[in-house]
Ligand binder design. Sequence first.
Ligand code: NCD
Length: 285
Amino acid sequence: MDLLGVEDLTPERVTRIMEAAEAIAEGNPPARLDGRLVVMAFFEPSTRTRLSFESAAMRLGARVLGFSDAKATSSAKGETLEDTARILSAYGDVLVMRHPEKGSAKRAASMATIPVINAGDGAGEHPTQSLLDLYTLRKELGELEGKTITMVGDVANSRTIHTLVPLLRQWGMTIQACSAPGLSWAEGDLPEVSLDEALKGDVAYWTRVQQERLPEGSTVDTSSFRLDRRLYLAHEGKARILHPLPRVDELDADMDSLGEALYFQQAANGVPVRQAILLDALGLL
Ligand code: NCD
């Protein structure tokens, strides 16, 4: 079963994945992937997403093949994504794909004959990140209904935010934005709040400026949302801080030892959640 975007995240499916991830984190995976082959097609840079998927696959007994440098593949010779997806379908049982173009995962899935998991399609969506974000939030906050989360930074171009907002709406969270100048939510239905209000909510979801998606040569002033420990403590807020990482200059390393800084735990949660996602995609949950 494909996992391409938020429209694939029905409440039943999300609950199934969350429950499996919890069981996996407790050492009781509901199924295994022995003998399966996971194909990783990464046309865009990645550290966490690619390696946590590989770790997830191997921990369940699967083997992994793929590439993380599209320049070394036939796409450099002009092969279409559709052809690549069709070919890779013959080489494995599930295809995990990251690509710089929005909509690319859907295009690949239209030709693939194995399940396709979208690991980020340009400025489009990033459903597996949103699932690990949700897992982290539930672990930390328990009940999410009525809790407030603020999306901070590049709200316009962050694909993690694009998937996370509709997903968290399903869970009854109140969602607001504290956008970088000129980088606000295009749909217009997120109220803008100050940094102070963001830090006084339950959670603040920090993001870097997606420089690679901005017109060449353009710069964004990050001073309005640059967070360090001194500033965090000065606001006397209580917000837990999430960040999909990588961070650039918007989140100082001196935040890391605060109990409210959850981003390294969040990244670690990527492994059990992606184990559950692989099992679900292969119809094993
Ligand atoms: C995010 C991504 O690739 O969209 N990274 C990730 O998967 N953890 C966020 C980002 O690159 O800023």
